[in-house]
Design a protein around this ligand. Structure first.
Ligand SMILES: Nc1ncnc2c1ncn2[C@@H]1O[C@H](COP(=O)(O)OP(=O)(O)OP(=O)(O)O)[C@@H](O)[C@H]1O
Length: 711
């Protein structure tokens, strides 16, 4: 063991020695297993050659000899099948936790990993966290606890002698976390004991503020990717939710950062592992509202062994499902839908009104083609009386102006496209000097288009008459499910059919678009009224000061019993300036300073709108570490992402800076409260709130919102 520091206690030294010896035992056993597997590969080559000879024999053999040749071929084939190689754990990181149990039959060490492996003679047992019954003891008990668990119908009792989280990087043990000890090996091989406050347990180690009033708490001073994997950290409640039976629909609720995505994806891993035949990855899907979260989800799925699960944004999923349902190769979609029109098309009241308007008796002969349904839908969207009734039912959630906007937008969409009107003209005359079609960038560009929001409605209408006609899903995860319209949920329900195996993760307080119908309406629409519900209780992402501000921002919308913060942390920094230019210069300098001090930190500058993000980005655009992200194309690399609230749902950054928390950007209404709440809760270590001119009323009365620089 390389260079141990003097100040390490004898107990810590013994712990390190024990864990290093254990790791080297595992690595020896794995090396042996790999050697044996290589020999078997040689055997396999021999068997393949034998089979080839027998095949050749069969083509030339005498009829009387054939039964004998075939029997031999079958035997060789069976031997080949038995030779199937068993995957071995990755020796660079074979496990992430160590559990030692003592019971009537003695003491036993279990190592939790992602691939099972055993060499009992060497005392090595690596168990798969997803299915090994012993994993239940790991997730449900602490070190020193007595346990009592049924494994099958056998009661097992004993004591948890050791419960340790470990990090193994490139085959080297680099961290051990257990009870009072958090031990870390530096690159030169020296071990250190680190201070153990609640924040260091959860995040892999933070210090205190580098300077009072400065941005940065030391999180990004060293590499951050070596934090303990979240699979090892699941709490008992999360593990229980992850272990919900595969057939049971599950609704995972909880405040921002309480681990809803974590639970949903770990459950998917368990479902796909427990019954890979019934739930093949190719027939499971994760659907999320935004591109940024889709990218993050793919990154989270890979280490769970779910690299083949498709992750789609709502728009991409709607489009591919509609193309399959209507058997059309492509659909002409509007480049943009006016925000209000989109809000109407996603509103729960439209769902009820449309169902009543277009009810079609089941089984009627004429098939509902896309073209027919489109006409019906356009009829509804140009019928003022119908739209006014929807607005009235929405009780103030839709403004009256949405009626005019929807009628106008639909008129443009149902107009005959210019290329069809001028079919007989020379095609070259229909192109502008810069090579674009003459209607592009004009209202005529909408002619013949559909909105993304129309697609689930059209599928909903089609399904009133019979089957949807798209491929069935075995299991689906809907993340940020509060953002799904009832039409979208209806379509998902159709794709699940009798399977009903699904996981919804959501938080109504993060609903930032149209009216939310409520969880019971959502479950109804999916046909899973009896879904099991779990409400996660600990807010793991955000430190206490951020959780408190998030609660304050929600005002009366805040849940009565919010999730409790998992740790302490740096206070929220408030900075107010007379005008925007001053605010942004100050923030630009603070970011430059932070990146110098903490080059590995991830920083999100989350503006209230796209325009504001573009404008702030100009302040730091010259910097190589500054990225403007407006289409969810996050790289998840260290540096500063300048983005807006619509891009960040489900994401997190070490540090978050909100550059424009003004009265204009975040007025005192429910939607602004939820939007600011989403922005605030993206930070896992420190948050800065900046404003200029008039501060948002949502932060003005927060105790501690005084700007330290203004006194
Ligand atoms: N038991 C746990 N212990 C420590 N960290 C955890 C635990 N569960 C989740 N986390 C971490 O907390 C953070 C938030 O988790 P996650 O994104 O799953 O929360 P969420 O509820 O989906 O958040 P949001 O509401 O923003 O969508 C992640 O960094 C995750 O790794």
């Amino acid at each position: 063991m390389a260079g141990l520091e003097q100040e390490l206690s004898p107990e810590a030294l013994a712990l390190i020695a024990e864990e290093e010896a254990l790791l080297s035992r595992v690595q020896d056993a794995l090396a042996e297993a790999r050697r044996q597997a290589a020999e078997r590969t040689l055997d396999t080559q021999g068997l393949m050659a034998q089979l080839q000879v027998l095949r050749d024999d069969a083509t030339t053999a005498h009829a009387a000899d054939l039964p004998h040749v075939f029997t031999q071929m079958n035997e060789v084939r069976a031997m080949l099948e038995r030779q199937e190689t068993v995957p071995l754990p990755d020796s660079n990181a074979p496990y992430f936790a160590h559990l030692r149990l003592a019971g009537p039959t003695g003491q036993r060490d279990y190592l939790l990993g992602r691939t099972s492996f055993a060499n009992l003679a060497a005392g090595v047992r690596v168990i798969d966290w997803r299915f090994a019954p012993v994993a239940r003891v790991f997730y449900n008990y602490e070190e020193g606890d007595s346990f009592e668990e049924y494994f099958g119908d056998r009661l097992s009792e004993g004591e948890v002698e050791a419960r340790r989280l470990v990090i193994i990087e490139k085959g080297v043990l680099t961290r051990i976390s257990t009870g009072p000890h958090l031990l870390q090996r530096d690159p030169s091989g020296r071990w250190h004991a680190r201070g153990r406050d609640a924040s260091s347990v959860l995040s892999g180690g933070t210090g205190t503020a580098a300077r009072p009033g400065a941005l940065g708490v030391g999180q990004g001073a060293t590499r951050t990717e070596d934090a303990f994997g979240v699979t090892a950290l699941l709490d008992a409640e999360q593990y229980a939710a992850v272990s919900t039976g595969p057939d049971q629909p599950l609704l995972v609720l909880g405040s921002a950062g309480s681990g809803k995505t974590t639970v949903a994806l770990h459950r998917l891993a368990k479902v796909a592992f427990d019954d890979a035949k019934k739930y093949p990855q190719a027939r499971t899907k994760v659907v999320v509202p935004e591109e940024g979260l889709a990218r993050l989800t793919r990154r989270l799925l890979a280490p769970l062994g779910l690299g083949k699960v498709s992750v789609e944004t709502l728009d991409a999923w709607s489009l591919s499902t509609a193309r399959a349902a209507f058997s059309v190769p492509g659909l002409k979609l509007a480049p943009e839908t006016p925000a209000l029109v989109s809000r109407l098309k996603r509103h729960p009241m439209l769902r009820r009104a449309l169902a009543a308007r277009v009810a079609v008796p089941k089984g009627k002969a004429q098939p509902l083609t896309l073209e027919r349904l489109r006409i019906r839908l356009a009829d509804a969207f140009m019928d003022r009386a119908f739209l006014e009734a929807v607005v009235a039912d929405a009780h103030g959630e839709l403004p009256r102006t949405v009626v005019d906007e929807t009628v106008e937008h639909t008129k443009l969409q149902t107009a005959v496209p210019l290329e069809r009107q001028y079919r007989d003209y020379d095609p070259d005359s229909l192109v502008t000097v810069d090579g674009k079609a003459i209607e592009s960038d004009t209202p005529d560009a909408l002619a013949g288009t559909l909105d993304f929001d129309d697609l689930p409605i059209l599928m909903f209408l089609k399904a009133q008459r019979g089957a949807l006609g798209a491929d069935r899903l075995a299991h689906v995860v809907l993340d940020e499910a509060e953002d799904f319209s009832l039409f979208e949920l209806f379509v998902v329900g159709q794709l699940l059919g009798d399977s009903r195996s699904c996981t919804l993760a959501g938080d109504e307080m993060q609903q930032t678009t149209a009216g939310f119908a409520g969880w019971s309406a959502a479950l109804d629409e999916l046909g899973i009224r009896d879904a099991a519900t779990c409400r996660l209780q600990v807010s793991y992402r955000c430190p206490r000061p951020v959780v408190e501000l998030a609660q304050h921002v929600l005002g009366t919308q805040a849940p009565a019993s919010p999730a409790r913060p998992g740790r302490e942390g740096a206070p929220v920094g408030f900075h107010h300036f007379p005008d925007e230019a001053q605010a942004w210069l100050f923030l630009g300098d603070a970011l430059r300073d932070l990146v110098l001090r903490e080059p590995h930190a991830s920083v999100g500058v989350i503006a209230s709108s796209r325009e504001s993000a573009q404008s702030f980005h100009r302040v730091i655009a010259e910097m190589p570490w500054a990225r403007l992200v407006l289409e969810g194309d996050f790289s998840f690399e260290p540096g500063v992402d300048v983005t807006d609230v619509d891009n960040v749902k489900g994401l997190e950054f070490d540090y978050v800076v909100l550059p424009d928390v003004t009265a204009r950007a975040y007025p005192a209404d429910d939607e602004a409260r939820r939007r600011l709440h989403v922005a605030v809760t993206r930070s896992s270590h420190q948050l800065w709130v900046a404003s200029s001119a008039v501060r948002s009323p949502l932060i003005r009365t927060f105790p501690g919102a005084k700007d330290p620089l203004q006194g």
